[in-house]
Ligand binder design. Structure first.
Ligand code: ZN
Ligand code: ZN
Length: 140
């Protein structure tokens, strides 16, 4: 854990420091320059200027760990109209950078195995550019 307790949702400084070192940073544009949680949405700004917004419930459902791929997690959304139980809506309780290629999220359901690579986070982007039918709508 990289001292993120102080400001768990803002990776800017950490990333800036890593990127200024240059050599150990992948030379690709799929690197976030800013990762913030705003309410129940994770907002990522990428090096290439692209912006991604991912709902926390989506993020949790797409957890890439073996456990969740085998048994999809039960996710309670904050605005779930069919919420019959007193389960807590899904929320992030922490996050940390993994090397310089991924982010690990800690969830309020106790789960923290998922390591979301930057590529993977970018693939979850649902903006009109990223969801455009195949063609050259792919921005680099
Ligand atoms: Zn998982
Ligand atoms: Zn996008």
């Amino acid at each position: 854990m990289l001292g993120l307790k102080r400001s768990p949702w803002v990776f800017d400084k950490l990333l800036a420091r890593k990127q200024s070192k240059g050599s150990d940073v992948p030379a690709m544009s799929i690197t976030p320059v800013s990762v913030k949680r705003i309410d129940s949405v994770l907002k990522i700004e990428w090096k290439d200027g692209h912006r991604t917004e991912i709902g926390l419930a989506d993020l949790r459902r797409n957890c890439p760990c073996a456990e969740c791929r085998k048994t999809p997690p039960k996710v309670v959304e904050a605005n779930d109209p069919l919420k019959l139980f007193d389960d807590q809506p899904i929320a992030l309780v922490g996050a940390s950078l993994v090397g310089n290629y991924a982010i690990q999220f800690n969830w309020n359901d106790g789960h923290s195995h998922g390591i979301y690579s930057f590529d993977f986070l970018r693939s979850l982007c649902k903006c009109s550019n990223c969801t455009a039918p195949a063609g050259d709508g792919f921005t680099r």
